[in-house]
Design a protein around this ligand. Sequence first.
Ligand SMILES: Cc1ncc(COP(=O)(O)O)c(C=O)c1O
Length: 410
Amino acid sequence: MTKTFTTHPLPADAGPETRSLDAGLAIDPATGAIAPNVSMSVNNVLMPGDGAFSADGVADLADLPYLYARWANPTVRQLEQRLAALEGAEDALATATGMAAIAGTLLTFLKAGDHLIVSDVCYAGAVELTQRVLPDLGIEVTPVNMARLDRVEAAIRPNTRVIHCESPVNPILRIVDIAAVSALAHRYGALLTIDSTFATPVATQPLAFGADLVIHSLTKFINGHGDVLGGAVIGRRDLVARIRGRAGVYLGATLPAQSAWLILRGIDTLYPRMRTICESAAAVAAFLENHAEVERVVYPGLASHPQHALAAGQMASFGGMIGFRAREPKAAAARLAERLRIVHYAFSLGHQRSLVVLLDTDEMMASTFRLKGEALDDYRAVAGDGLFRLSIGLETAADIIRDLDQALTR
Ligand SMILES: Cc1ncc(COP(=O)(O)O)c(C=O)c1O
């Protein structure tokens, strides 16, 4: 007897933890396998009359059968449905990296003669893409401190099509008032895209505050294990379909199925991981605030964060990223690199193991941010001569604290 297995739809009122495990989960109809299969096929058999051979004008993936894996792949599709559910969105596109999601989104909605407003401080790759590459394509770009709403409004032009920012901002953990910036964007007919990598969907749901598209580097907390690259853009079905056409089909920024499978496995534990990480981050931030070698701690959950009230209104938890300033930052960095035994002195963030690195302000200005005047003063007010970017992992919080203490202490 042949049995076909079916997937039961989730109840409409399923909680976020349940959705993060089961939204889009497709039981294999032939075998009943619960864990997703890794679908390696590049092409799928077609029925005569099936689908759209050009991605242009494909408004709904339901109209686009699996015909070629650069368009869509069943494993990647499960990931996309899970991501859409995490953000309370209609659809998602998974991409090869977080940068591919940012570039694919901006290159979909901007053309020569259009204007982009971008957060003057955000992930270095996004700063360099928007301020160095996009102008070469005839796109006008204005960097703005998005915490200064009057500056955002003043920067808007008749040809402003997109406003792009992060919250919290990498690396200085500035909070952007998503509802206020989205109201501004929409008043002038622009789209608001938010890179929410630092927050994760557990802490903030930008679409609920009016953002049009949420972007994630899945490489960070969402996969959470430091072993795969990925990105996503999540939002309204018609917007995502346009990005799929450009970024996936024409720019080829597609996520491989094996990566999608790993990220789905990572997401299974996103909520409990983030709960542990946020609890530990609060304890580590409080410890650092009282450390003799530490001049300043920046964590949205601390009452000392200048935008703590805004963060509390917009974030369900305060995330796993901490910034701190040490006396004599370069000497402190050398001690950390030499002495840390549990925390790793390394770039990247959002892994299961804690990571820390010094971002020297002069070096960041020379290589990436190039801020001047008020914008530079705003940056220095937080980062001083250099900010340590600390990404909290899943180790015992007391061990992270002891390790930082012995390495920081002269
Ligand atoms: C906030 C943010 N967005 C995007 C990216 C880029 O992600 P990826 O390395 O997956 O391209 C990063 C990487 O550090 C990031 O921190």
